[in-house]
Design a protein around this ligand. Structure first.
Ligand code: BGC
Length: 571
């Protein structure tokens, strides 16, 4: 083993939510498991997952060994965007249960030592929200319209949208209402943007944070946290002008400095609880600006999506890890690591679609693959899953918190070839099918190898499950020590034992496809993303391995496309 180099990450200062007595806040190095409630477990057999379904699976989550569960939206919603179109922020969708069911779920998870994080969607409401209905009924110029972003149209008779801006899901960002005015929707038309300079909007979200905090919620994930505040002073810039403007805190639409006035107020609310409630920003901003969201006086933590966008390449991974640990330290926060979530093609599939290095980003490659029906010939399932397991184990060893997405512990691949008639994602409809969207990672997960919906529920699942789900079912994996589920369980259990100070030291490997770092206490993480085995000296014991690894005299041999956690050296 080469001597450790000097690139040890600095110890971070105390951050938001750090309780007195210097006990690190729970979220700093937590494993947070994302549940997409409509697709996790269906207790009432209507084809949609529900809160009671999650409660029934609380023992599964405990056995998996996660520290927290993040629930994607379960609020009343017309499901124009999978629940991210919220009609009432302080209630449960009747198809998913009741507030009593929510309380029972929190109790069941807390009883097992699992914390609960809920999703807050503040940029937009649903068009079914009472405020938007009121705004439509009240007409142009009414105070009710001021909670949203209404404008007169352009052109001689106002029949053109106020600007040529495009929405994130495709198509114009403005829609016209019957009285002739237009409203802004950065996402689907059913998701009108709120006006964050309106005091009632601000007050209402504080009420929502208190509502869920009072019910025992431990933290919040803030949806598109960088988009709330906007400068819509006339004349409005064109799409081309918007694109060209620097994102320096004064951009009219994104990542404005004044959004942090909102989060400072929220932080005061979250800190008024004991223990302080955590928050993590989903902020797609330049990395230099991430610490603004992760500061203790703001939300306290911010997602880092760099790994999710990267090739499984050792050099790229090391750069991303080093940069993000430094960024997190700058704000006093801890980093987050994410390989999959409900918005992207599952990482086992991204890593299995070749060839890498063909000039396309992994995301584009995956989107093209889906668009062409997901041909099996272009996907090497085994290679993708093997690399995914290696990447997951590499990431789970890092200081900071790791976000897992339901089903990745089963080694699930993206579901391709969903019939158009069964698609749900607005991206598919708004782009006229030019992008298939995100349904393929939102298919209800398989619990049993048999049964109409693979144990998801008694009825047919709301998105079609492919036959190959059977081999990934929980019951099929439970008895197999080599399964992906067994790997996740072993890794999470070992992580709890090994987790210490938030630091790592890189060890030079002499190979550009192998990464090796050591955590305090002598916890070695060696990831071989290449095609040749790698022998590492000074690591005597294999603690967890993503593929069978052999301990030879003098060291451990890490096979190709595998990660090994070892013990036996000093960090
Ligand atoms: C969520 C998406 C959602 C969008 C609009 C995102 O960042 O993760 O699922 O479609 O916000 O709410």
């Amino acid at each position: 083993m080469t001597a450790p180099d000097t690139t040890t990450t600095p110890a971070p200062p105390p951050a938001a939510g750090t309780p007195p007595g210097d006990v690190p806040a729970w979220w700093r190095q937590a494993v947070v498991y994302q549940v997409y409630p409509r697709s996790f477990a269906d207790a009432d057999g209507d084809g949609l997952g529900d809160l009671a379904g999650i409660t029934r699976r609380a023992d599964y989550l405990a056995a998996l060994g996660v520290d927290a569960v993040w629930l994607s939206p379960f609020y009343p919603s017309a499901l124009a965007d999978g629940g991210y179109d919220v009609a009432d922020y302080r209630d449960v969708d009747p198809r998913l249960g009741t507030l009593d069911d929510f309380d029972a779920l929190v109790e069941a998870l807390h009883a097992r030592g699992i914390r609960v994080v809920v999703d807050i969607v503040p940029n937009h409401t649903s068009d079914q929200h009472a405020w938007f209905r009121e705004a439509l009924a009240a007409g142009p110029g009414s105070p009710a319209r001021d909670r949203y972003i209404f404008r007169d149209g352009s052109g001689p008779d106002g029949s053109e949208p106020p600007t040529d801006w495009e929405s994130t899901f495709g198509g114009p960002a403005w829609d016209r209402v019957p009285d002739g005015q237009w409203y802004l929707h950065s996402f689907a038309p059913e998701q009108p943007d709120l006006a964050w300079d309106h005091p009632e909007v601000r007050a209402d979200f504080v009420r929502t944070l208190r509502f869920w905090s009072d019910r025992g919620v431990d933290g919040f994930r803030i949806d598109v946290a960088h988009m709330l505040t906007k400068d819509l002073t006339e004349p409005l810039p064109s799409a081309a002008e918007i694109e060209a403007l620097p994102r320096d805190g004064n951009h009219p639409l994104y990542d404005r400095d004044d959004v942090h006035e909102v989060y400072a107020e929220w932080r005061a609310v979250l800190d008024s609880y004991d223990p302080p409630r955590a928050a993590v920003a989903e902020a797609w901003v330049d990395s230099e600006r991430v610490p603004l969201y992760a500061r203790p006086e703001s939300l306290g933590q911010s997602f880092n999506f760099d790994l999710l966008l990267a090739e499984p390449d050792a050099g790229e991974f090391r750069r991303i890890i080093t940069d993000n640990l430094a960024l997190a330290a700058r704000s006093g926060s801890s980093s987050t690591w994410v390989l999959s979530n409900h918005d992207v093609v599952r990482h086992a599939t991204r890593y299995g679609i070749g060839p890498a290095g063909d000039g396309r980003a992994p995301r584009e490659r995956a989107a093209d693959w889906l668009l062409t029906g997901g041909p099996e010939s272009a996907l090497d399932r085994d290679r993708g899953l093997r690399l995914a397991r290696a990447a997951t184990l590499l990431v789970l060893g890092l200081p900071g918190s790791t976000y897992l997405y339901q089903g990745e512990e089963l080694g699930l691949h993206e579901v391709a070839g969903i019939p158009d008639a069964q698609r749900q994602d607005p991206t598919f409809f708004r782009t006229g099918g030019a992008q298939v969207g995100r349904d393929g990672c939102r298919v209800p997960i398989p619990w049993t190898a048999d049964g109409e919906s693979f144990g998801f529920g008694d009825g047919r699942a709301h998105l079609p499950q492919p036959a190959w789900f059977a081999e990934h079912a929980v019951d099929a994996q439970e008895a197999d020590p080599g399964s992906t589920l067994a790997l996740y369980r072993r890794a999470l259990a070992a992580r709890r034992r090994l987790q210490g100070a938030e630091r790592l030291t890189w060890v030079e490997t002499g190979r550009d496809d192998v990464l090796h770092y050591v955590r305090p206490g002598g916890w070695h993480v060696v990831a071989n993303l290449g095609d040749e085995p790698y022998a590492v000296a000074g690591v005597g014991e294999v603690v967890v391995a993503s593929a069978p690894a052999t301990a030879e005299p003098g060291g451990v041999v890490v096979p190709p496309r595998a990660t090994v956690w070892g013990a036996g050296g000093e960090g």
